[in-house]
Structure formats: C-alpha cells, structure tokens
Write a protein that binds this ligand. Structure first.
Ligand code: MG
Length: 260
C-alpha cells in the first residue's frame, strides 16, 4: 500500500491521508501510524483534484553521509568507519511539486537522491535485528546540498539546512524490503543517478541501531540513508525527479529564491 498526505486546492482545506492506486485516492479512516490502517471506501478523490503534501512533517530528518562507495569516490573522501550522521531541520521539508529555492548565498546547489525511512514509533536503543519493527514505511527524499558551503563550513547544518532543501514524498510505501530498492534521479528527464539500496555501505538496520544508540526517534521522524554517485548541480528552471522503486517519483521545480 502507498499512502499520501494531501489537501484540496481551496484555501484552508484540511490535510488528510489517503491510499493511492493509479490516480485514485481513498481516504484513510485511521492514522497511517495505527494498525491496521483502515480505509474510508465511501470517500474517493482524484489525484488531479488535490495538492500533495510531504507525507510527514518529521521532528527531525536524520541523514547519513558517505554511504555509497561510488559517491565517496566522487567526493574524494574515505569511507567512514561508522555511519556519518547529520541533521536536516524540519523547516527544510517540502512536498512534491513545491519549488526548491536556490539561495543567493550559494553558487553550487546539488541534488542527492535517497531512500528515506519513516519511523513508526517512539524508539531508542533499537537492536539491528529489531529495526524493522520501528519502520512505518519508506519514501523518497532529495538531500539538497549547497556544495560550496558544505566545503566552506566544514560542518553541514547550513549547507543542507536551507528552507526547501528537503523534498520528501510523494508517498509512504508499506511492506517493502528497504535493502533492495532502485534509487534514481533525473534532471529535465535525463538520468543523473541510478543505483540500488543493495549498494549501501551501512544498511538500514545498522543505521537505526547506530542512530537510536544516542537519539530518541519519534513517530514520523525520517532517516535519509545517503546518496549514490552521480550528484550534480541544480539550476534555475530545472525539474528534478527522485524515484525510489515502489514509492513513486518525487518531482520538484528549481528556481532562484525570489526573496534573496
Ligand atoms: Mg545525502
């Protein structure tokens, strides 16, 4: 099952969750975090009548750097001995279709296509072997990065934390094995990244164990698992697509920040 968060286009419309099949939405009668998920079969909508929202607004996005060997090679670094953890603020999160705004402070903004994990339940100190129990589902995420500021600052909060630098969506997919999913990105229809999560240096279970050894995760928190090789610049007027197998395609236009 794939679940989206959406709202009708009129002002002040209430966000709601719905299961999606093709272009047809069926409203959820329960929270996507409760089991079993129940559908309100009497309430159908058409995808064309709604605006998709981020499937969750996480309290934090926990992201992993340097977790595919080909990306480590293109960045010119060493593979870390343990997962390299950083945070993206919830204020950077946007949904499908919302514009990624290029800040005047950076001359080099890049895309990073990633598999993202959505956390089901409050958890800490989760054993690697128990990690699947705290996963609600998976989605796609674009870890947009001001590459020049990442190198300049040394630590990454600014480079990866601008408003609009964390598109998430379009859906949460339930019941997939996160260890074998194709991850791709395209700019203006041209493929830039094409890999699989079976290439992850540290797999999803290891990441959850590593993160929850020092940090409590809350329902709806998101883990961005790292990007494969092929990252490159985003330019004003581009359309960037991040696709994760079984999730769908996360599409965002790119534009210069009009307020910058
Ligand atoms: Mg990344």
């Amino acid at each position: 099952m794939r679940v989206v968060q959406c709202q009708h286009r009129e002002p002040n419309a209430m966000p709601f969750y719905a299961a999606i099949e093709g272009d047809e939405l069926t409203a959820l009668a329960s929270s996507p975090f409760s089991e079993p998920i129940r559908l309100r079969h009497s309430e159908k909508h058409s995808l064309g009548d709604v605006r998709l929202l981020p499937p969750v607004i996480p309290s934090k996005v926990v992201a992993i750097g340097k977790n595919y060997r080909d990306h480590i090679e293109e960045m010119g670094g060493m593979a870390p001995a343990e997962p390299l953890v950083f945070l993206k603020p919830s204020s950077s999160v946007i949904g499908p279709g919302a514009p990624i705004l290029l800040p005047a402070l950076s001359e080099r903004v890049e895309h990073e296509a990633e598999l993202a994990i959505v956390i089901r339940s409050r958890c800490r100190r989760v054993a690697e072997s128990e990690a699947s129990a705290v996963i609600l589902g998976v989605t796609a995420l674009n870890d947009v990065t001001a590459r020049d500021l990442q190198k300049l600052d040394g630590q990454w909060s600014r480079a990866k934390g601008f408003d609009t630098f964390c598109p998430i969506g379009p859906a949460i997919a339930f019941g997939l094995d996160p260890g074998h999913l194709r991850v791709t990105s395209r700019i203006n229809g041209e493929t830039r990244q094409d890999s699989s999560t079976d290439q992850l240096v540290f797999g999803v279970g290891r990441l959850i164990a590593h993160i929850t050894a020092f940090m409590t995760l809350y329902p709806g928190d998101v883990i961005a698992t790292g990007t494969p090789g092929g990252v490159g610049p985003l330019l004003d007027g581009d359309t960037i697509e991040v696709e994760v197998e079984g999730v769908g395609t996360l599409t965002n236009p790119v534009m210069a920040d009009p307020d910058a």
